[in-house]
Design a protein around this ligand. Structure first.
Ligand code: AMP
Ligand code: MG
Ligand code: MG
Length: 337
């Protein structure tokens, strides 16, 4: 690649290292055990210190290098000076080396909108933290004997947590970065944790091995903590061979591109643009689709409504099948934008 990468490639290269830094913050807060949990709209809509610090880090780092970007983060935070140690200045060299797709070469900073979910899967993050704390207490009470089985059941929730940075132009998700801070948590103490995936339609997706669900199995992944009757009616209407209930929009898209699930079905308002922008870009980069339950794409313009009111339907293949199975009663319960 030339010595003068396109603006959008420089933004993605920064977003990559910024997401890694945010992932490190998310790990650090978990290990401190002091989560600083705040309820936003209720007990299933939480914010922790990790959400706050990670958002500060991401938004301040990107806007310092690219002051004309429009950046929209999930958390409403009071305006405040961001400490210097939260600022990430690096750029992923391997992204700068890639050629920019022709259609994005001339994009300007002020034309891009960045959607930031500093910690997707907060509910699961708090549950995993509680599990780790119980494990630590049990270890003290049993004076170091192996109690790891006792409270290990909720640790899988660590993989539900992701950091999402999506980049949009003209209403379309054109690049996405997902950091999964606890990837490889199973390897135990001392293992290097975390991975970062990124993608751009027209260029490809990187940081994972693309896989499809074997055969014609319909494995539907959906929410574990924001369900209701409409959500489950819609899942059942897909005639799934298997249903997986996990947390996080980012995590569910990872399941789609790694062959663990065939469709992400969430017939409910609840997901916001920062939940879907980065995942959509990566999914699209490998030929997948993300729409509302009507099969209509969302717009990621700066002035759109944040809520994905008509639900989220995402697939790697066979999107039309899943759209065609959505019951009328479900569509009536959801409003298209
Ligand atoms: P889930 O699959 O339940 O983890 O949801 C995916 C994303 O959408 C997460 O960021 C959730 O916080 C968000 N979300 C989904 N439903 C709701 C809801 N009813 N209230 C608040 N946030 C929600
Ligand atoms: Mg989220
Ligand atoms: Mg979040």
């Amino acid at each position: 690649m030339s010595g003068n990468p396109a603006l959008v490639m420089r933004v993605v290269a920064s977003a990559y290292t910024v997401a890694e830094k945010a992932g490190a913050i998310v790990r650090k807060v978990l290990h401190s055990g002091e989560l600083g949990i705040v309820e936003k709209t209720g007990a299933n809509d939480l914010q922790t210190l990790a959400d706050r610090l990670a958002q500060q880090s991401i938004c301040a780092s990107l806007s310092r290098r690219f002051p004309k970007l429009t950046i929209i983060g999930e958390e409403e935070l009071p305006p405040q000076e961001v400490p210097e140690d939260l600022i990430e200045k690096g750029q992923a060299e391997k992204i700068l080396q890639k050629g920019c797709p022709e259609e994005f070469k001339a994009l300007k900073e002020e034309e891009l909108v960045v959607w930031v979910d500093p910690l997707d899967g907060t509910k699961e993050y708090t549950e995993a933290s509680r599990c780790l704390q119980l494990q630590a207490v049990a270890q003290i009470q049993h004076k170091g004997s192996d109690t790891s089985q006792t409270h290990s059941t909720a640790l899988w929730l660590l993989d539900n947590v992701t950091v999402l940075i999506g980049i949009a132009y003209g209403g379309r998700a054109i690049a996405g970065v997902i950091n999964q801070p606890f990837y490889n948590y199973q390897l135990g103490a001392g293992a290097a944790l975390g991975r970062t995936m990124w993608g751009m339609p027209g260029l490809g997706a990187f940081g994972f091995q693309l896989q499809e669900v074997p055969g014609d199995r319909r494995i539907v992944t959906t929410t574990r903590s924001h369900s209701n009757k409409v959500v489950t009616d819609c899942v059942n209407a897909m005639e799934p061979h298997e249903v997986i209930r996990v947390g996080g929009a980012g995590n569910k898209i990872i399941q789609l591109v790694e062959g663990k699930a065939s469709a992400y079905v969430f017939a409910s308002p609840g997901c916001k643009k920062w939940d879907t922008c980065a995942p959509e870009a990566i999914l699209h980069a490998v030929g997948g689709k993300l729409t509302d339950m009507y099969g209509k794409p969302y717009s990621y313009d700066a002035n759109v409504k944040h809520m994905n009111s008509a639900g989220v339907l995402a697939t790697l293949r066979n999107h039309e099948y899943y759209v065609s199975r959505v019951p009328q009663s479900v569509l009536q319960a959801l409003k298209s934008d």
